[in-house]
Unconditional design. Structure first.
Length: 222
């Protein structure tokens, strides 16, 4: 474990996209596989992920031979054939082993949503935008993250999904959810205060009733 002095204070992010594309096979295979698919991790911006990623481990369904695949160079992807959908786990290892690995899960889509066609063959694609977040990274990792060599901004023309628009829409949804949550918490807090006040009033009345029962009665004179 690296000491505090070996780390750079701050939060640093790298945007990535993970997902898969799939197409129905045009030829029949003896194993009854129906689709060819590729699952992948890609940079959101135009940059080599290998600047800071050492390898990506893809954990496939256990029915596959060698179901744990280690990819140590770009493109970080695995191509296979199959007939069923399942969850693929990706574990991301960084060049500095002092940094904890990151992981994500992706449910492999084979039949929907259809995005486009290559000739007469439908292409199914499912992707997720995410961020690798580094909090107080090691100095070596910070240098790798800050390496701007061969780094260019996101090129929307190279993607099928309009990620800049989707990111803004998602941020708005998150802001709306946060505002709604704050409102609900405020209403709940006021309700708790009201209930606490009523409980205190009831306890006070019960206390007065108990005191009244416990008070000695005056003796009658003959």
């Amino acid at each position: 474990m690296s000491s505090t002095k070996d780390r750079v204070e701050g939060v640093f992010r790298k945007s990535v996209v993970y997902g898969n594309r799939a197409s129905p096979l045009q030829e029949k295979l003896p194993n009854d596989h129906t689709h060819r698919w590729t699952v992948y991790l890609r940079p959101f911006n135009e940059e080599p992920l290998s600047n800071f990623i050492k390898k990506v481990q893809f954990k496939l369904h256990p029915d596959y031979e060698n179901s744990t695949r280690n990819v140590e160079e770009e493109p970080f992807e695995v191509t296979e054939t199959g007939w069923g959908e399942f969850t693929v786990t990706m574990k991301i290892y960084f060049h500095d082993s002092a940094e904890r690995q990151a992981s994500c899960s992706h449910y492999l889509a084979l039949r929907a949503p259809e995005i486009f066609k290559e000739g007469d063959v439908p292409v199914i694609m499912k992707e997720n935008y995410d961020e690798l977040v580094f909090v107080n990274p090691t100095r070596r990792m910070h240098e790798l993250l800050m390496n701007t060599r061969h780094v260019m901004p996101h090129n929307a023309e190279r993607w099928y999904f309009d990620y800049p628009r989707l990111i803004i829409e998602n941020q708005r949804r998150m802001a709306d959810l946060a505002e709604q949550s704050d409102k609900e918490v405020s209403e709940l807090t006021e309700s708790i205060k009201l209930i606490a006040s009523k409980c205190a009033a009831i306890r006070e009345k019960l206390k007065e009733a108990d005191n009244s029962k416990a008070a000695p009665k005056a003796l009658k004179s003959d």
